[in-house]
Design a protein around this ligand. Structure first.
Ligand code: MCU
Length: 402
């Protein structure tokens, strides 16, 4: 680390203390003592407690929570997702018409990617908000929001388990890199944001501080992963992501044991390359993982998160309801409960957006991308769940808000 960087690292926490608490919490990189090394297996029937470090000590302050977020990220990478690489060695962005080109180098590997941008209307030189669509968007999007098309299959393929290693992520990092496709997509979206930042709003039309991400189904798992692992996204809208997204591995196993036609960890690794080859070790013993998918919501917190689900058995409505309500308790402790909404409106086909959800979704676009109004307090699930069965042994949540 250069002397300048060391100085900046020392000064940051001091400078951050002067910020209002909401801004302090936005600084998710505020952990000055991140844990290092590998995490041990556990034996935990409940959802792992977000308020307790793997070491057993309590999460009591905003700085602790930033460190716990770093830990939750590492846990999901170690057991389920594979490793998230650091930014590339170099990236050069150019804009031509509506196409952004990214020349990326990692070690001796290089790749040039092109990304199509539909500029937001009326953004001026400061740029306007934009939605990154993982494989396309299946939600209504306000007219003032631009579009960025992310061709996730080209980044990391998702045809079957043997797809692992195919795509420009793997061309850059090597075919045997541990990342599953969904985490690889998060890294690739990070490069799109690098390009937007480098070129600036005057060229791209996009304000990189006003980005949302969405995707449905398999691409909804991706949208969730992008939001959880790429902190520059302001609003995350995973739609019908089900297993591996909004659903909990543990609860889906429990529902499966009750005879439900639900997607589980042991099935999903045989279907596709969404998760790391490392996950295979754990798919028949998910209660030994010191994390679960409520951690995804905890990693997005306190940023905007609007989780859309459906009542289709395969997606696990009980599993998604419990995991996402658990996620909302984290937002609540941060004093921003309504920054996360959970919308489960059933009775429609997979990835068709129910119009009953329009107003709630719009309230999230308005607050996080268009800068107006407050979000509605959204939890529309009618699934019959007993939260205490899954989070009953959690420590009392600290109050981390102002
Ligand atoms: C919900 O996402 C997936 C699901 O995980 C798969 O099991 C199924 O085959 O496809 C869903 C999907 O992506 O549908 C478009």
């Amino acid at each position: 680390m250069s002397t300048l960087l060391k100085l900046a690292a020392l000064l940051l926490p001091v400078a951050a203390l002067g910020l209002p608490p909401s801004d302090l919490l936005e600084r998710q990189d505020g952990c000055t003592t991140p844990a290092v090394g590998a995490y041990a297996d556990v034996s935990e029937k409940n959802l792992p407690d977000p308020w307790k470090f793997a070491s057993g000590s309590a999460v009591a302050t905003p700085a602790d929570f930033a460190c716990r977020q770093a830990e939750m990220s590492k846990i999901l990478q170690q057991f389920v997702l594979g490793d998230l690489p650091p930014p590339p060695d170099s990236l050069t962005a150019t804009m031509s018409g509506s196409s952004m080109s990214l020349a990326i180098k990692v070690g001796s590997n290089s790749k040039t990617i092109s990304v199509s941008i539909t500029k937001p209307s009326g953004g001026g030189t400061a740029g306007g908000p934009a939605l990154i669509a993982v494989g396309g968007a299946s939600i209504p999007v306000p007219g003032a929001v631009g579009r960025i098309a992310f061709g996730n299959d080209a980044c990391a393929a998702q045809s079957n388990p043997a797809s692992h290693g195919t795509g420009w992520f793997f061309d850059l990092h090597g075919k045997t890199h541990s990342a599953g496709a969904t985490l690889a997509w998060a890294w690739c979206v990070g490069r799109i944001i690098d390009g937007l930042e480098q070129l600036g709003a005057a060229k791209t039309g996009v304000d990189p501080k006003k980005l949302a991400v969405t995707g449905c189904s398999r691409n909804g798992k991706g949208a969730f992963m992008v939001g959880a692992f790429e902190k520059r996204i302001a609003l995350v809208i995973p739609q019908e992501s089900g297993s591996g997204g909004a659903a909990s591995w543990r609860i889906s196993d429990s529902e499966f044991a009750k005879g439900k036609n639900i997607q589980t960890a042991h099935q999903i690794v045989r279907e596709n390359a969404w998760f790391s080859p490392k996950f295979t070790t754990y798919v028949n013993k998910t209660d030994t993982i010191p994390g679960d998918n409520h951690f995804l919501a905890a990693l997005v917190a306190p940023r905007g998160l609007f989780v859309i689900e459906n009542d289709i058995d395969w997606l696990g409505p009980v599993s998604t309801t419990v995991a996402m309500r658990a996620g909302r308790t984290v937002y609540d402790a941060l004093g921003v409960k309504t920054n996360m909404g959970f919308s489960l409106v059933g009775g429609h086909s997979h990835c068709s957006f129910p119009s009953a959800t329009n107003a709630n979704l719009l309230s999230f676009f308005n607050k996080f991308l268009l800068g107006s109004g407050n979000t509605n307090d959204v939890d529309t699930s009618k699934a019959n769940v007993t939260m205490s069965d899954w989070i009953g042994n959690w420590s009392a949540a600290p109050r981390l808000a102002a």
